[in-house]
Design a protein around this ligand. Structure first.
Ligand SMILES: *Cc1c(COP(=O)(O)O)cnc(C)c1O
Length: 404
């Protein structure tokens, strides 16, 4: 018998993606300056990043990173449990625990790893994990890694979640949901899910990658905004690479949860700790995100302005209160063409296609940031009106040639 060749197989699968118009491609951005991006010799106004508070290039983050790198160098040189856990990590964990109102917090190198590690540490074969259909990929993958049973419910449907839980009455159960959904921008029905978990003796885990910094008084996230605390949501995960403008993630909860993760979460144990200088920068970001409420207010005002304008233009907006404002176009090709046509007009917007979103739900994922100005939003609306209503781009369009 001849063995299938793995490299040939993946090449065939890639070719199939190409045929379906679903091939993904990398592009190198040469330079970033606030919301502006330079690529291929052109300046584009980006509405695609997750730097919601405009902190990624903040001088205080850069200064904290430089200071710590001058003192400690670049690499942490080891895993947390050997000698990689530095004062900068410990101080950041304390600040994150305090911000989120939890006893402890534990840093992970990425959000993907935080979710893999947490699910793998908490769940075993025979357990059930109930998840929203639109949860982030890593929440699904973590259940697979744990060998637990994954049950998915239709988006934001707490009654369906209840039926999934009730289908496995004796099993240890985790209900995991995005706080703010990464491709739709809407907020999970957290109050209903918390009540359900209390009733069913299930543990509730919220991934607040897109809520932390953006929602809640002082930006503590979607859980705090819903008036829920550690009792209702004992497992809270959020990332440092979005509103905080850095990289990395954390899980916050009880001391017992964090101690357990340190023992059992393999993606925590068997990896190099994030650079201490990055932890120092993230700490500076936490202080700014908590303290500078004007960033949240500005972002909220830009979101309101965009939604009002898009509503007037009759654009296919999804009902999202967050910085993520998707325009649902349906067809993958239509989403790609809209993104291309926006790019000709000087804007960079993500075209999100299957399998990232369900078939027939391709979209432009427009993200707003406190780094944008009102005029930027207005220019984007003009361009959307042009290209979604089929007009030719005007030569010398403001966004293509202008600066901030
Ligand atoms: C981005 C994201 C992650 C992954 O976080 P990284 O730090 O980028 O690995 C996890 N969950 C959600 C909901 C996200 O949007």
């Amino acid at each position: 018998m001849t063995r299938p060749d793995l490299l040939q197989r993946i090449a065939v699968q890639t070719a199939a993606r190409e045929r379906d118009g679903l091939r993904r491609r990398l592009r190198a951005i040469d330079h970033a300056e606030g919301a502006w991006l330079e690529a291929g010799g052109r300046r584009l106004l980006g509405f695609c990043g997750n730097d919601y508070l405009g902190l990624a290039q903040h001088p205080q983050l850069i200064a904290a990173l430089k200071r710590a790198a001058d003192d400690e160098g670049v690499g942490s040189t080891s895993a947390h449990l050997i000698c990689g856990h530095r004062r900068e990590h410990a101080m950041l964990e304390e600040a994150l625990a305090e911000w989120t109102g939890r006893e402890r917090a534990l840093l992970f190198s990425t959000g993907y790893m935080a979710n893999l590690g947490t699910l793998q540490a908490l769940l075993e074969r025979g357990d059930v994990c109930v998840e929203d259909k639109l949860n982030h990929a890593c929440l699904l993958d973590g259940v697979r890694l744990a060998g637990a049973e994954l049950k998915r419910y239709p988006h934001a449907d707490a009654d369906a979640a209840a039926r999934q839980l009730q289908g496995r009455p004796g099993a240890a159960a985790l209900l995991a949901t995005d706080g703010v959904f990464s491709m739709d921008g809407d907020v999970a029905p957290l109050t209903a899910l918390a009540a359900l978990c209390a009733r069913e003796h299930a543990t509730l885990m919220v991934d607040d990658a897109h809520g932390l910094g953006v929602l809640g008084t002082d930006g503590a996230g979607s859980v705090a905004a819903a008036g829920l605390g550690p009792r209702e949501v004992p497992v809270l995960m959020a990332t440092l690479g979005k509103a905080l403008g850095c990289s990395g993630a954390f899980v916050a909860g009880s001391a017992a949860l964090v101690d357990g993760l340190v023992q059992f979460a393999r993606p925590y144990i068997y990896t190099t700790a994030m650079p201490p200088a990055l932890a120092a920068a993230a700490h500076a970001a936490v202080v700014l995100a908590r303290g500078e409420g004007w960033r949240r207010e500005k972002l909220a005002a830009l979101v309101a302005r965009f939604r009002a304008g898009a509503g007037e233009l009759g654009l296919p907006l999804l009902p999202s209160p967050s910085a993520i404002q998707p325009l649902l176009l349906g067809d993958a090709q239509a989403a790609l063409e809209a993104a291309r046509s926006l790019e000709q007009r000087g804007f960079l917007v993500g075209a999100i296609r299957p399998p990232t979103v369900p078939r027939g739900q391709a979209r432009l994922r427009i993200t707003l940031s406190a780094a944008h100005g009102e005029a930027d939003v207005d220019r984007l609306l003009d361009a959307l009106a042009d290209c979604l209503h089929g007009h030719a781009p005007e030569p010398g369009h403001a966004a293509a040639t202008g600066s901030r």
